[in-house]
Design a protein around this ligand. Structure first.
Ligand code: ZN
Length: 369
């Protein structure tokens, strides 16, 4: 089969509501808000490019309770010796960096005594050996991602655009993965001067790339996508870890999501009571878990989500409050962009991740399976 040319530009954390700041992208004929599922980029991106839910994929968020597979499973003693260092910010950062490098896994600010119980997801849909395959492996895409370059976040994105201009001369199917906007949203906030100028710069780079692409592959498919939006943080909230972690109970605390595991229903009842007592977030119901495709108990016996604009701080990702966060239930600000330059067969007002996958497959000349 002849390869239908396709260019996919993926921008992490581009809220649909910010599209009017990007005149070129906003000029795409077909624009849809993309409704993200629950979770973070690691599962959201995979959902878009495989059409599978976290239940199908077998993972949700970046870490889970899994002592068997923990890279620190036999490190109990040494980590408890290092624990006193956690009281100082700088020594803690230093030890975490050393541990991350030594075990080849980013352990951020996870308390050291927790590490032997937890294992990282370590999946990347922008990789050619993604388990079970993806749109990119099925259709022979060249993948160019910002994490393959060094430098400041925006310098990496610029390097991705430059490499793409070279690659497209020989590769008609190309995907770019850009990460600077996500970083800027977290540390500068949505609507900050840096954020606005970054959207302008991204828009210019997309225009440049699309012009070159069009010269090589007139009429080829172009899609610009994101996995979720970004909301400015209003307040931070401390969590009492002693209520969620002990001999019979384990937890993982992300910036907006808390997951709790225990084989003991009474212990889970206590944890639920504690989490239900706060007024800035709530536990996912069984119905919500079913709708989101996160019913697997390995993802957490309890899953708590902060309300939009609230952040758990400190969390296992850091001790500082961010300016912007995502990982809430979907709302206007949480919606990402889905811009497609071809005519969609159906044009619903909003798209969920799995719909985007089906439309992308159709654009490659494949029917629905
Ligand atoms: Zn992010």
């Amino acid at each position: 089969m002849e390869e239908s040319p396709s260019l996919i530009v993926f921008v992490d954390a581009f809220p649909y509501s910010e599209l009017m700041k990007a005149p070129f992208l906003n000029g795409f004929r077909y624009r849809r808000p993309l409704v993200p599922n629950i979770g973070y980029s690691v599962n959201l991106q995979a959902e878009i490019f495989t059409g599978k839910s976290p239940d199908d994929l077998g993972y949700f968020c970046d870490w889970k309770f899994d002592p068997e597979k923990s890279p620190f499973r036999s490190w109990n003693k040494i980590l408890s010796l290092l624990t006193p260092l956690e009281f100082g910010y700088l020594p803690r950062r230093f030890v975490h960096k050393v541990l991350s490098r030594f075990r080849g896994v980013e352990c951020k600010d996870i308390p050291m005594r927790f590490l032997p119980h937890l294992s990282p997801t370590k999946r990347d849909v922008f990789s050619m050996d993604f388990p079970g395959g993806s749109l990119f492996t099925q259709f022979g895409f060249a993948i160019i991602k910002c994490t393959d370059f060094r430098g400041e976040l925006w310098e990496r994105d610029v390097a991705v655009f430059e490499k793409a201009k070279e690659e497209l001369k020989t590769r008609p199917r190309l995907v770019l993965m850009l990460g600077a906007l996500d970083g800027c949203g977290h540390w500068e906030g949505v609507g900050s001067a840096k954020w606005d100028s970054l959207i302008g710069a991204l828009d210019d780079k997309c225009r440049e790339l699309c012009e070159v692409y069009e010269r090589h592959y007139r009429g080829g498919t172009v899609a610009v996508l994101s996995d979720h939006g970004m909301s400015n943080v209003q307040r931070g909230h401390k969590i009492d870890l002693s209520r969620l972690n002990g001999k019979r109970c384990k937890c993982f605390v992300d910036g907006t999501i808390i997951r709790v595991w225990s084989g003991d229903e009474d212990v889970l009842d206590d944890a639920s009571k504690y989490l239900n007592s706060v007024d800035w977030g709530s536990l996912l119901s069984e119905a919500e878990r079913r709708d989101a495709g996160i019913t697997n108990r390995e993802f957490g016996d309890l899953i708590f989500i902060a309300n939009e604009g609230e952040q758990i701080c400190p969390s296992f990702w850091g001790a500082k409050l961010s300016k912007g966060m995502h990982g809430y239930r979907a709302s206007n600000k949480q919606m990402g962009i889905a811009l497609l330059s071809w005519e969609p067969r159906m044009a619903p007002r909003e798209w969920a991740a799995q719909q985007v996958y089906r439309e992308l497959r159709r654009a490659m000349g494949e029917g629905e399976d």
